[in-house]
Write a protein that binds this ligand. Structure first.
Ligand code: ATP
Length: 289
C-alpha cells in the first residue's frame, strides 16, 4: 500500500531522573509518522532527545507516555512476537566494541544466522566497501571501517525498517558518498529508513522528510527543501561596486539581477546569488545565530 505507515508516534514522552539534577524531560510529547519506503531524518543538537526516541522505537528503551507503533506493533509490548518483529528490523547503533577477535566475514556471517531471510554476507561486505578487509580482525579496523561494519550488521537481516543512529560519523567523504548510494538503493528496494544525523548535507542528500527536535519537542517536520520556509526565503544578492561589496535581500532576485545588469551595462562584478542553506535554516531553528 502506497501510504501505509511504517512508524507512528503520538504524544511520546520520556523522563530521566538523576539524583544530581532531578527529573529531565528528554522527550516531551513527540508526534510523527513515517511512511513505508520513506527516508526520514531526525536532526537536533546534542541532548535533544534523538537517540532516546529512536531507542524507544527500536524497543530498547521504555517510555513514560504516548503511543508507538513500528510495523504495526508496539515495541514495548512484543511478548512472544519479539523475535518475529526483530527479524523485520535492522539497527545500526552508535558503535559497539564486542567480538573484536572475529574477522569481518565471520561476524557478518554470524549475524546472518539470526535472521530468517538474510542478505548474502559476501555481497553485504562488498556493498559497505569492506571487501578488502573481509579477513581482517575487527580490532584492526579503522574507526570509519568499523562504522561500515556496523552498517553491514544493520542490513544483513534484509530489514523492512532500518534504524541508523549517526551512521556516517568517522567516514571519509568518499565513504559517505558510497554509504548514501547504499541507503538510496535500500530505499529503492522498499526499505524504510529512519536516521539521526548531525550532518545537514547528509539529511539533504538522503531524506524525503526531516524532523527537527529541540529539547525533546519537534520544532518542524518538512522536506529538506521546504524546512523553515526555506523555499520561500529571500535570496541574498551580492556584488562589487566601487571596490565595496554590496548586498541586498529580495523575494524577486531575477528582477534585481536584471536591474544590476542594466546598471553595469553587462557583467556584474563578482555577482553571487545565495538562497539560505539547510544549515542556515537549521541553525536559526535551534536558536543559534
Ligand atoms: P546526541 O546528539 O548528543 O546523541 P540526542 O539528541 O541523541 O543527543 P539523547 O541521548 O536522547 O539526545 O538525550 C536526551 C537527554 O536525555 C539528554 O539531556 C541526556 O543527557 C539525557 N539522557 C539520555 N540518556 C540518559 C540516561 N540513561 N539517564 C539519564 N539521562 C539521560
Amino acid at each position: 500500500m502506497a501510504n501505509e505507515l511504517a512508524i507512528s508516534v503520538s504524544g511520546l514522552r520520556k523522563t530521566y531522573t538523576s539524583k544530581a539534577n532531578g527529573p529531565k524531560d528528554a522527550v516531551a510529547g513527540i508526534d510523527l509518522e513515517v511512511s513505508r519506503g520513506e527516508i526520514f531524518a531526525i536532526l537536533g543538537p546534542n541532548g535533544a532527545g534523538k537517540t532516546t526516541t529512536v531507542e524507544i522505537l527500536e524497543g530498547y528503551r521504555d517510555r513514560d507516555g504516548g503511543e508507538v507503533k513500528v510495523l504495526g506493533q508496539d515495541p514495548a509490548k512484543l511478548g512472544r512476537d519479539s523475535w518475529a518483529w526483530r527479524n523485520r528490523i535492522g539497527i545500526v547503533l552508535q558503535s559497539t566494541n564486542d567480538a573484536q577477535d572475529l574477522s569481518v566475514s565471520e561476524i557478518v556471517k554470524h549475524f546472518a544466522n539470526y535472521y530468517s531471510n538474510p542478505r548474502d554476507p559476501e555481497s553485504v561486505i562488498r556493498d559497505v566497501g569492506l571487501d578488502e578487509k573481509k579477513n581482517a580482525r575487527i580490532d584492526t579496523l579503522s574507526g570509519g571501517q568499523r562504522r561500515r561494519l556496523d552498517v553491514a550488521l544493520g542490513i544483513i537481516g534484509n530489514p523492512e525498517i532500518l534504524f541508523l543512529d549517526e551512521p556516517t560519523t568517522g567516514f571519509d567523504p568518499e565513504a559517505r558518498r558510497a554509504f548514501w548510494d547504499l541507503i538510496r538503493n535500500l530505499r529503492d528496494e522498499g526499505t524504510t529508513i529512519l536516521l539521526t544525523t548531525h550532518y545537514l548535507d547528509e539529511a539533504e542528500a538522503l531524506a524525503d522528510r526531516v524532523a527537527v527536535i529541540v529539547n525533546g519537542k519537534i520544532v518542524e517536520i518538512s522536506t529538506p527543501e521546504n524546512l523553515g520556509g526555506r523555499n520561500t526565503a529571500k535570496a541574498r544578492i551580492s556584488w562589487l561596486e566601487n571596490g565595496q561589496r554590496q548586498e541586498i535581500e529580495s523575494d524577486f532576485p531575477a528582477a534585481e539581477v536584471t536591474k544590476l545588469v542594466a546598471k553595469f551595462g553587462g557583467e556584474v562584478p563578482e555577482l553571487t546569488l545565495i538562497r539560505p542553506s539547510l544549515e542556515d535554516i537549521y541553525l536559526k531553528m535551534i536558536g543559534q545565530p
